[in-house]
Design a protein around this ligand. Sequence first.
Ligand code: ADP
Ligand code: 5GP
Length: 188
Amino acid sequence: MSGRLIIFSAPSGAGKSTLVQSLIDSGIEFSFSVSATSRQPRGNERNGVEYYFLTPDEFKRKINTDEFVEYEEVYPDCFYGTLKSELQKKLDEGKNMLFDVDVVGGLNIKKQYGNQALAIFIMPPSKEKLRERLIKRSTDSEEMIEKRIAKADWEMTFAPQFDIVIVNNILEEAKKQVETTVRHFLSH
Ligand code: ADP
Ligand code: 5GP
């Protein structure tokens, strides 16, 4: 049987990576879809683990040779995309795949895979909290933080198109809700 797709999208800083990590730690077996990006690695990120880090030229070459299921220019000059090679092979092996992608990419994948996919939108409790979290995470420059916040309103307008919206206010509650929702989806 072909694997299922669990898609997480959210404005940057909403807590998506934290919740995805908690889901992995809960013991459900997933294969993580490693995206390609043209942005620079940050912190301890390693090529082939968090992302495949490509130069902008390499990324564009792969667009031209139709190697992506979907890709987006999420921020100016920062491309992100899901490689066909990465996805189909694992689905065919029956692996459930976890996606952490931007809202447009998430809905794109959902459209292509229908009921085989569960699209989850992680909503921050407020814009103020979003800013606080991005500042506290201290992985982005001030300019990048402002870019991410400026995009959040637009991103949140897509929330109703997702299968479910989970508000990440109290972390432990959000973690539980994510786990329950995913377990329910995978058991049907
Ligand atoms: P994203 O992957 O959506 O960009 P992260 O998971 O990196 O977001 O979370 C952004 C920051 O907010 C991190 O420092 C994380 O530890 C923190 N965080 C995540 N969820 C919560 C929460 N419910 N309450 C407070 N801080 C949180
Ligand atoms: P970050 O730079 O914080 O790692 O990611 C920035 C944004 O790019 C996040 O919203 C993340 O979900 C999105 N993203 C990561 N990989 C992909 C992908 O393969 N496709 C799309 N469309 N967006 C992605």
